[in-house]
Ligand binder design. Sequence first.
Ligand code: AMP
Length: 284
Amino acid sequence: MTKPATQLVTTKDALRAARARLEGPVAVVMTMGALHEGHLSLVHRAREVARHVILTDFVNPLQFGPGEDLETYPRDLDADLALVDGLVDLVFAPSVEEMYPVLPPAVSVSAGRLGTALEGAARPGHFDGVVTVVTKLLQLTAPEVAVFGRKDAQQLAIVQALVRDLDLPVRIEAAPIVREPSGLARSSRNVRLDAEGREHALALSRAVRAAEAAAPSAPGIRAALTDAVAAGSPGVRWDYALALDPVTFEEIADEHDGEVLVVMAAHVHGVRLLDAAVVEATPS
Ligand code: AMP
Protein backbone atom coordinates (compact mmCIF):
# COMPACT_ATOMS: atom_id res chain seq x y z
CA MET A 1 0.00 0.00 0.00
CA THR A 2 1.35 3.44 -0.86
CA LYS A 3 1.52 6.00 1.91
CA PRO A 4 -1.95 7.54 2.22
CA ALA A 5 -2.50 11.25 2.74
CA THR A 6 -4.34 11.14 6.04
CA GLN A 7 -7.58 13.14 6.13
CA LEU A 8 -9.48 14.11 9.29
CA VAL A 9 -13.27 14.03 9.03
CA THR A 10 -15.58 14.96 11.87
CA THR A 11 -19.06 14.68 10.38
CA LYS A 12 -21.00 11.68 9.09
CA ASP A 13 -21.59 13.42 5.74
CA ALA A 14 -17.88 14.15 5.26
CA LEU A 15 -17.06 10.56 6.22
CA ARG A 16 -19.55 9.08 3.75
CA ALA A 17 -18.25 11.34 0.96
CA ALA A 18 -14.60 10.50 1.68
CA ARG A 19 -15.41 6.77 2.04
CA ALA A 20 -17.14 6.78 -1.36
CA ARG A 21 -13.89 7.99 -2.94
CA LEU A 22 -11.89 5.01 -1.57
CA GLU A 23 -11.59 2.31 -4.22
CA GLY A 24 -10.94 -1.31 -3.29
CA PRO A 25 -11.06 -3.09 0.07
CA VAL A 26 -11.34 -0.93 3.20
CA ALA A 27 -10.46 -1.95 6.77
CA VAL A 28 -11.64 -0.08 9.84
CA VAL A 29 -9.92 0.17 13.22
CA MET A 30 -12.26 1.44 15.91
CA THR A 31 -10.67 3.18 18.90
CA MET A 32 -11.46 5.55 21.73
CA GLY A 33 -8.27 7.52 20.99
CA ALA A 34 -5.30 8.05 23.32
CA LEU A 35 -3.55 5.88 20.77
CA HIS A 36 -0.62 3.62 21.67
CA GLU A 37 1.37 0.75 20.16
CA GLY A 38 -1.57 -1.63 20.65
CA HIS A 39 -3.77 0.50 18.39
CA LEU A 40 -0.95 0.93 15.88
CA SER A 41 -0.54 -2.84 15.60
CA LEU A 42 -4.21 -2.98 14.58
CA VAL A 43 -3.57 -0.27 11.99
CA HIS A 44 -0.62 -2.24 10.58
CA ARG A 45 -2.76 -5.40 10.43
CA ALA A 46 -5.48 -3.39 8.67
CA ARG A 47 -2.94 -2.17 6.09
CA GLU A 48 -1.94 -5.79 5.42
CA VAL A 49 -5.50 -6.96 4.78
CA ALA A 50 -6.99 -4.01 2.89
CA ARG A 51 -6.04 -1.27 0.46
CA HIS A 52 -7.43 1.56 2.56
CA VAL A 53 -7.72 2.09 6.32
CA ILE A 54 -10.18 4.17 8.30
CA LEU A 55 -9.45 4.81 11.97
CA THR A 56 -12.32 5.92 14.17
CA ASP A 57 -11.43 7.96 17.25
CA PHE A 58 -14.42 8.45 19.52
CA VAL A 59 -14.94 8.11 23.27
CA ASN A 60 -18.37 6.49 23.20
CA PRO A 61 -20.44 7.77 26.14
CA LEU A 62 -22.98 4.98 25.67
CA GLN A 63 -20.53 2.33 26.92
CA PHE A 64 -19.72 4.13 30.19
CA GLY A 65 -21.93 3.64 33.23
CA PRO A 66 -22.70 6.19 35.94
CA GLY A 67 -19.63 6.72 38.15
CA GLU A 68 -17.25 5.33 35.53
CA ASP A 69 -14.34 7.25 33.99
CA LEU A 70 -16.03 8.91 30.97
CA GLU A 71 -14.93 12.42 32.02
CA THR A 72 -11.36 11.45 32.90
CA TYR A 73 -10.80 9.06 29.99
CA PRO A 74 -7.59 10.34 28.27
CA ARG A 75 -8.18 12.36 25.09
CA ASP A 76 -5.57 13.89 22.75
CA LEU A 77 -6.71 14.09 19.12
CA ASP A 78 -3.63 16.04 17.95
CA ALA A 79 -1.28 13.38 19.31
CA ASP A 80 -3.48 10.66 17.77
CA LEU A 81 -3.35 12.37 14.35
CA ALA A 82 0.44 12.69 14.56
CA LEU A 83 0.74 8.95 15.34
CA VAL A 84 -1.34 7.71 12.41
CA ASP A 85 -0.34 10.38 9.88
CA GLY A 86 0.58 8.62 6.63
CA LEU A 87 -0.66 5.26 7.99
CA VAL A 88 -4.42 5.61 7.49
CA ASP A 89 -6.55 7.23 4.80
CA LEU A 90 -9.21 8.66 7.08
CA VAL A 91 -9.54 9.50 10.75
CA PHE A 92 -13.17 9.85 11.81
CA ALA A 93 -13.33 11.84 15.05
CA PRO A 94 -16.92 13.00 15.54
CA SER A 95 -18.37 14.97 18.44
CA VAL A 96 -20.85 13.26 20.77
CA GLU A 97 -23.66 15.37 19.22
CA GLU A 98 -22.67 14.26 15.73
CA MET A 99 -22.80 10.60 16.71
CA TYR A 100 -25.82 10.86 18.99
CA PRO A 101 -28.13 13.79 18.16
CA VAL A 102 -30.37 12.21 20.80
CA LEU A 103 -28.56 10.65 23.77
CA PRO A 104 -29.40 7.97 24.70
CA PRO A 105 -30.72 7.02 21.25
CA ALA A 106 -34.34 5.90 21.04
CA VAL A 107 -33.27 2.59 19.47
CA SER A 108 -30.08 0.71 20.29
CA VAL A 109 -28.48 -2.70 19.79
CA SER A 110 -28.39 -5.35 22.53
CA ALA A 111 -25.32 -7.48 23.21
CA GLY A 112 -27.67 -10.20 24.44
CA ARG A 113 -26.63 -13.07 26.67
CA LEU A 114 -22.88 -12.62 26.17
CA GLY A 115 -23.18 -8.99 27.20
CA THR A 116 -24.23 -9.64 30.79
CA ALA A 117 -21.33 -11.89 31.90
CA LEU A 118 -17.92 -10.84 33.27
CA GLU A 119 -17.23 -7.27 32.09
CA GLY A 120 -20.95 -6.92 31.44
CA ALA A 121 -21.75 -8.00 35.01
CA ALA A 122 -19.27 -5.46 36.40
CA ARG A 123 -20.36 -2.78 33.93
CA PRO A 124 -24.13 -3.16 33.24
CA GLY A 125 -25.05 -1.88 29.78
CA HIS A 126 -21.40 -1.56 28.71
CA PHE A 127 -21.59 -4.05 25.83
CA ASP A 128 -24.95 -2.72 24.62
CA GLY A 129 -23.16 0.62 24.24
CA VAL A 130 -20.27 -1.08 22.48
CA VAL A 131 -22.37 -2.98 19.94
CA THR A 132 -24.52 0.08 19.27
CA VAL A 133 -21.51 2.25 18.39
CA VAL A 134 -19.83 -0.61 16.49
CA THR A 135 -22.99 -1.10 14.40
CA LYS A 136 -23.19 2.64 13.66
CA LEU A 137 -19.50 2.85 12.77
CA LEU A 138 -19.78 -0.22 10.50
CA GLN A 139 -22.71 1.44 8.71
CA LEU A 140 -20.82 4.71 8.34
CA THR A 141 -17.48 3.27 7.23
CA ALA A 142 -18.84 0.32 5.16
CA PRO A 143 -15.62 -1.70 5.49
CA GLU A 144 -14.77 -5.15 4.15
CA VAL A 145 -12.76 -5.88 7.33
CA ALA A 146 -12.85 -4.58 10.92
CA VAL A 147 -9.80 -5.21 13.12
CA PHE A 148 -10.26 -5.74 16.87
CA GLY A 149 -7.65 -6.53 19.54
CA ARG A 150 -7.59 -9.71 21.60
CA LYS A 151 -6.90 -7.70 24.77
CA ASP A 152 -10.63 -6.96 24.95
CA ALA A 153 -11.43 -10.64 24.52
CA GLN A 154 -15.09 -10.46 25.50
CA GLN A 155 -15.63 -7.44 23.27
CA LEU A 156 -14.08 -9.35 20.37
CA ALA A 157 -16.35 -12.36 21.01
CA ILE A 158 -19.42 -10.12 21.21
CA VAL A 159 -18.53 -8.24 18.02
CA GLN A 160 -18.04 -11.58 16.24
CA ALA A 161 -21.48 -12.64 17.49
CA LEU A 162 -22.98 -9.28 16.42
CA VAL A 163 -21.72 -9.74 12.87
CA ARG A 164 -22.77 -13.40 12.76
CA ASP A 165 -26.19 -13.03 14.37
CA LEU A 166 -27.22 -9.83 12.54
CA ASP A 167 -25.68 -10.91 9.20
CA LEU A 168 -23.54 -7.80 8.93
CA PRO A 169 -21.46 -7.81 5.73
CA VAL A 170 -17.99 -7.46 7.27
CA ARG A 171 -15.15 -9.79 8.26
CA ILE A 172 -13.76 -9.45 11.79
CA GLU A 173 -10.00 -9.77 12.08
CA ALA A 174 -8.50 -10.49 15.55
CA ALA A 175 -5.12 -8.94 16.38
CA PRO A 176 -2.72 -10.14 19.12
CA ILE A 177 -2.17 -8.30 22.41
CA VAL A 178 0.70 -5.80 22.39
CA ARG A 179 2.61 -5.58 25.68
CA GLU A 180 5.14 -3.24 27.22
CA PRO A 181 8.61 -4.79 27.75
CA SER A 182 7.55 -5.47 31.38
CA GLY A 183 4.69 -7.66 30.15
CA LEU A 184 1.96 -5.11 30.99
CA ALA A 185 -0.71 -5.12 28.25
CA ARG A 186 -0.74 -1.70 26.59
CA SER A 187 -3.84 0.30 27.42
CA SER A 188 -4.92 3.93 27.15
CA ARG A 189 -5.70 3.74 30.88
CA ASN A 190 -2.05 2.88 31.75
CA VAL A 191 -1.22 6.62 31.67
CA ARG A 192 -3.23 6.92 34.88
CA LEU A 193 -0.84 4.56 36.73
CA ASP A 194 2.25 5.89 38.50
CA ALA A 195 5.49 3.87 38.69
CA GLU A 196 4.22 1.86 41.65
CA GLY A 197 0.86 1.26 39.96
CA ARG A 198 2.57 -0.06 36.83
CA GLU A 199 4.61 -2.41 39.03
CA HIS A 200 1.48 -3.61 40.83
CA ALA A 201 -0.34 -4.00 37.48
CA LEU A 202 2.13 -6.72 36.50
CA ALA A 203 0.01 -9.10 38.61
CA LEU A 204 -2.25 -9.49 35.57
CA SER A 205 0.41 -10.45 33.02
CA ARG A 206 2.00 -12.73 35.66
CA ALA A 207 -1.34 -14.53 35.97
CA VAL A 208 -1.52 -14.82 32.17
CA ARG A 209 1.95 -16.37 32.11
CA ALA A 210 1.06 -18.77 34.94
CA ALA A 211 -1.99 -19.94 32.98
CA GLU A 212 0.11 -20.34 29.83
CA ALA A 213 2.71 -22.34 31.77
CA ALA A 214 -0.01 -24.63 33.20
CA ALA A 215 -1.36 -25.47 29.71
CA PRO A 216 -2.31 -27.97 28.37
CA SER A 217 -3.76 -29.15 31.72
CA ALA A 218 -7.29 -27.74 32.04
CA PRO A 219 -7.38 -28.13 35.87
CA GLY A 220 -3.86 -26.61 35.95
CA ILE A 221 -4.93 -23.54 33.95
CA ARG A 222 -7.94 -23.04 36.24
CA ALA A 223 -5.82 -23.49 39.37
CA ALA A 224 -3.20 -21.01 38.15
CA LEU A 225 -5.89 -18.34 37.84
CA THR A 226 -7.67 -19.21 41.10
CA ASP A 227 -4.33 -19.13 42.92
CA ALA A 228 -3.41 -15.73 41.46
CA VAL A 229 -6.67 -14.22 42.74
CA ALA A 230 -6.56 -16.02 46.11
CA ALA A 231 -2.94 -15.04 46.75
CA GLY A 232 -3.78 -11.38 46.16
CA SER A 233 -1.22 -8.79 45.26
CA PRO A 234 -0.44 -5.30 46.64
CA GLY A 235 -2.50 -2.53 45.06
CA VAL A 236 -4.65 -5.02 43.12
CA ARG A 237 -8.37 -5.66 43.66
CA TRP A 238 -9.19 -8.67 41.50
CA ASP A 239 -12.60 -8.86 39.86
CA TYR A 240 -12.17 -12.17 38.01
CA ALA A 241 -9.57 -14.39 36.38
CA LEU A 242 -11.20 -17.26 34.50
CA ALA A 243 -10.56 -19.97 31.95
CA LEU A 244 -13.48 -20.08 29.51
CA ASP A 245 -14.72 -22.15 26.62
CA PRO A 246 -14.41 -19.58 23.78
CA VAL A 247 -17.75 -20.64 22.27
CA THR A 248 -20.04 -20.99 25.29
CA PHE A 249 -18.18 -18.57 27.59
CA GLU A 250 -18.70 -21.16 30.35
CA GLU A 251 -15.79 -22.07 32.62
CA ILE A 252 -13.88 -25.03 31.21
CA ALA A 253 -14.30 -28.52 32.69
CA ASP A 254 -11.38 -30.82 33.60
CA GLU A 255 -11.84 -32.77 30.39
CA HIS A 256 -11.88 -29.67 28.14
CA ASP A 257 -10.16 -30.34 24.84
CA GLY A 258 -9.10 -27.42 22.62
CA GLU A 259 -8.92 -23.63 22.85
CA VAL A 260 -9.30 -21.91 26.20
CA LEU A 261 -9.94 -18.22 26.59
CA VAL A 262 -8.16 -16.81 29.63
CA VAL A 263 -9.76 -13.52 30.72
CA MET A 264 -9.14 -11.33 33.73
CA ALA A 265 -10.02 -7.94 35.15
CA ALA A 266 -8.72 -6.10 38.19
CA HIS A 267 -8.67 -2.62 39.67
CA VAL A 268 -5.08 -1.48 40.15
CA HIS A 269 -4.79 1.76 42.12
CA GLY A 270 -8.41 2.42 41.11
CA VAL A 271 -7.81 1.86 37.36
CA ARG A 272 -9.73 -1.00 35.77
CA LEU A 273 -7.36 -3.16 33.70
CA LEU A 274 -7.98 -6.22 31.51
CA ASP A 275 -5.71 -8.94 30.24
CA ALA A 276 -6.32 -12.12 28.25
CA ALA A 277 -4.76 -15.02 26.39
CA VAL A 278 -5.75 -17.96 24.25
CA VAL A 279 -4.21 -21.29 25.33
CA GLU A 280 -4.76 -24.94 24.35
CA ALA A 281 -5.96 -27.62 26.74
CA THR A 282 -5.83 -31.39 26.26
CA PRO A 283 -7.35 -33.93 28.68
CA SER A 284 -4.68 -35.87 30.61
P1 AMP B 1 -9.85 1.15 22.84
O1 AMP B 1 -9.33 2.43 22.27
O2 AMP B 1 -9.28 0.81 24.19
O3 AMP B 1 -11.35 1.04 22.76
O4 AMP B 1 -9.30 -0.01 21.91
C1 AMP B 1 -9.53 0.01 20.52
C2 AMP B 1 -9.09 -1.29 19.91
O5 AMP B 1 -7.70 -1.48 20.17
C3 AMP B 1 -9.79 -2.52 20.49
O6 AMP B 1 -10.03 -3.45 19.43
C4 AMP B 1 -8.79 -3.04 21.47
O7 AMP B 1 -8.91 -4.44 21.72
C5 AMP B 1 -7.49 -2.74 20.76
N1 AMP B 1 -6.38 -2.69 21.71
C6 AMP B 1 -6.24 -1.87 22.77
N2 AMP B 1 -5.10 -2.15 23.44
C7 AMP B 1 -4.51 -3.19 22.79
C8 AMP B 1 -3.33 -3.96 22.99
N3 AMP B 1 -2.51 -3.72 24.00
N4 AMP B 1 -3.05 -4.94 22.11
C9 AMP B 1 -3.89 -5.20 21.06
N5 AMP B 1 -5.02 -4.53 20.83
C10 AMP B 1 -5.33 -3.54 21.67
